[in-house]
Write a protein that binds this ligand. Sequence first.
Ligand code: ASP
Ligand code: MG
Length: 605
Amino acid sequence: MALIVQKYGGTSVGSAERIQAVAQRVKRTVDAGNSVVVVVSAMGKTTDGLVKLAHEISANPNRREMDMLLSTGEQVTIALMSMALQELGQPAISMTGAQVGIVTEAAHTRARILHIKTDRLERHLQAGKVVVVAGFQGISSIEDLEITTLGRGGSDTSAVALAAALRADCCEIYTDVPGILTTDPRLVPEAQLMAEITSDEMLELASLGAKVLHPRAVEIARNYGMPLVVRSSWTDDPGTRVVSPVPQPRPLEDLEIARPVDAVEFDVDQAKVAMLRVPDRPGVAARLFGEISGQDLDVDLIIQSIHEGNTNDIAFTVSQASLKRAEAVSSAMIPALAAGTGSAAEDAEVMVDGGIAKVTIAGAGMIGRPGVAAQMFKTLAEAGINIQMISTSEVKVSCVVEAADCDRALAVLCEAFEVNSSPARIDTAQAAAQSDAPPVRGVALDRNQARLAIRQIPDRPGMAARLFELLAQHNISVDMIIQSQRCRLMNGLTARDIAFTVSQLDAEHAREILAAAAVELGWGEVVVDTAIAKVSIVGSGMVGQPGVAAQMFAALAQEKINIQMIATSEIKVSCVVSEEDGVKALQVIHAAFGLAGQQRIEVPA
Ligand code: ASP
Ligand code: MG
């Protein structure tokens, strides 16, 4: 007999008929010999309606009262669901978050779960009842009994946290889509259902999958090794399995870690190749990385900064053993790139550095939290460590530093982010050998970003920290950050450009803040472009496999789509292209990796 936690979203319980249909499904699961805990959302768009009501009364409603209000939505559903089960002859009982003992931080409207006192719930299960639990809510402590909510979309998090606390066999998330798709089917009709995805991939695809599965829920599943399934409430199709590697055993206290970073990682087997001032036109990255993968060389980080005039800098890292060959390939390409471009590539050059290391902070808690990257840069700056390159993804920030600084960088980062586990050495070969995942699992497009760049930032410790701290102070979340190789002599000093993306809504504010700072700190021009799109590929199978990024760049080159920025993490490659190229870029990349299929999948708008 298995213990299963089933979570039903708002649409799945949107009417009395739907609640009855869900009750049937729950009963079938019980009849098959399982114990079932059901977690539900508020019916349909109830929570949106409550938020709207609150704003009719107050422009800035009190957070405690907001939680009082919003938590009522789920309370309606649990009672109705329990009644529906009882009507089917299935013993059932509804419980609020407080009754279950879901204890959270005291942070109203965005509380994280600390622990769950499961004994009361377990007594009901043992008595043969289905327990129907209100998602999205908890209490601040057993004494205070203050009602808290977990943040919008939080009932996924309730369900997975309960599954972990009960040591359930599986957590099933029922929704109005058939599972996780390879991309957005409204933009790419050939999008297919994935049978399986890893939790790490899911986190990197947050912009694609967040509506289907709350990233905090994925994080708990990963940390506790809880098998997850995302499937449709309307069919018996198997949906998508979200799998996690077997984790280190961890206590059920502090279930949702409040810390933004849960691991510090490093790779000392890295060498850097930078191609400076190569022509800014479609096909250059495709050609370069095509040649590199033709030599069977595996590239790790790739960073391309914005163009200055009509040239780009492209920098990448390879293992030290590959450096000589990567350098040879890059140098050999310079004349070919310069051909036919007039003066643009005349002074292109290749620079290499064998003595570098990559240090990375990782954690799902950094999603949507401004200031985490800034804190990393500040920590390194305070230790006097210069950052040579920066590349970010949804759940990671990686910095390339001098190899001699690596140990110190790791020590200060572990301290700053309170990471107790020792830094994990990234072993590409081992990861590649262990994974049978496809190189690309899914492709995502983000059209809500704007790109900002600051030119000529003096190349010394503390500059990136200043920049991103300023943004964090104004509560501006930064998405992709790139600091590439550019070294230019400026009054005898070297300087770099730093480019990054923020939500379009924040772009003008960010520009104002930085323009003021630039004057004060002697930085160059601040450039903004809101007409951009970010397209990303994600797959654990790309680790240690040459040619994946090259294939992405080639797909874009074939359509003559120019790449403005590139940033990578181990399992993700992101390119910024112009806004008008965005959808086309998504489509050709999706097709290039063989993700397109015949089956047409309908999703609600
Ligand atoms: N009802 C809450 C919301 O709409 C929680 C959830 O459905 O996950 O955000
Ligand atoms: Mg949801």
